[in-house]
Design a protein around this ligand. Structure first.
Ligand code: NAP
Length: 240
């Protein structure tokens, strides 16, 4: 896979899965830009030559101005990875409207915002790869995650529709649905919950961010040029 001349934009790249994806693309020689919402270890990313910008994915204005800035600097965006995501878990009966809105705005509207912003320049270049990070929760649901599951199921539908709209312009749009990956997002789950997941995973282990990143890189490469509109699970066999 050759990413040397490629410009790759990764949302939520400051930690977890997004950080691993950013570092992997950078190792392959790509120009990499990450976004975050709250904080970033600037020194770390500066030392790797990865650009970092504060940009709330839910804020269309900030998204448009960031995409404009990148297009001005590099003349294109080849690959967009919509990775930023949050959880605000709780049973439906106790879920606040605020927690519903925050998760939908970040996980679903954020993906819409970035796809909308990059698709026009990508269409002009007749080249683009978009990978949206969804979740197996969006496929099988999960008690306590009505907001999160709805947002991630929305991402799968969005992926399919946009894949159909952009296919004629040589733009591939796919989704990756991780199961249980070792990051800060899953660190906060109790040991009981983790044990319960583990007992249902055929491969009997959780994944590393690097394993997700390898799949994202494949879908972003020209080796995957005949794949579009798909949702690929990476979950140790949990959903099959
Ligand atoms: P994480 O460690 O919690 O990192 C989340 C990243 O998203 C951070 O860089 C964070 O930036 C950024 N972010 C959050 N809200 C944002 C916003 N409004 N605007 C811009 N950036 C924002 O998460 P992760 O575990 O790596 O998960 C990455 C993706 O994989 C998410 O979409 C998640 O739903 C999905 N996923 C994860 C798992 C898992 O097991 N970990 C499983 C299935 C799916 P700040 O640090 O500045 O907040």
């Amino acid at each position: 896979m050759d990413f040397k001349e490629k410009v790759v934009l990764i949302t939520g790249g400051s930690r977890g899965i997004g950080k691993s994806i950013a570092e992997d693309f950078r190792n392959e020689g790509a120009n990499v830009i990450i976004t975050y919402k709250n904080s970033v270890n600037a020194e770390h990313f500066d030392s790797l030559g990865i650009l970092h910008r504060m940009c709330d994915v839910a804020d269309m204005k900030s998204v448009n101005s960031l995409v404009e800035e990148i297009n001005k600097q590099f003349g294109k965006i080849d690959i967009l990875i919509n990775n930023a995501g949050i959880t605000k878990d709780g049973l439906l009966m106790r879920m606040s409207e605020e927690d519903w809105d925050l998760v939908i705005d970040t996980n679903l509207k954020g993906v819409f915002n970035f796809i909308k912003a990059v698709s026009r320049p990508m269409m002009g270049k007749r080249y683009g790869k978009i990978v949206n990070i969804t979740s197996i929760s969006g496929i099988i649901g999960n008690a306590g995650q009505a907001n999160y599951s709805a947002s991630k199921a929305g991402v799968i539908g969005l992926t399919k529709s946009v894949a159909k709209e952009l296919a004629s312009r040589n733009i591939n749009v796919n989704a990756v649905a991780p199961g249980f990956i070792e990051t800060e997002m899953t660190d906060k789950l109790s040991d009981d919950v983790k044990q319960n997941y583990l007992s249902n995973i055929p491969l009997k282990r959780f994944a590393t961010p690097g394993e997700v990143s390898a799949l994202v890189k494949f879908l972003s490469s020209d080796n995957a040029s005949y794949i579009t509109g798909q949702t690929i699970c990476i979950d140790g066999g949990l959903v099959m």
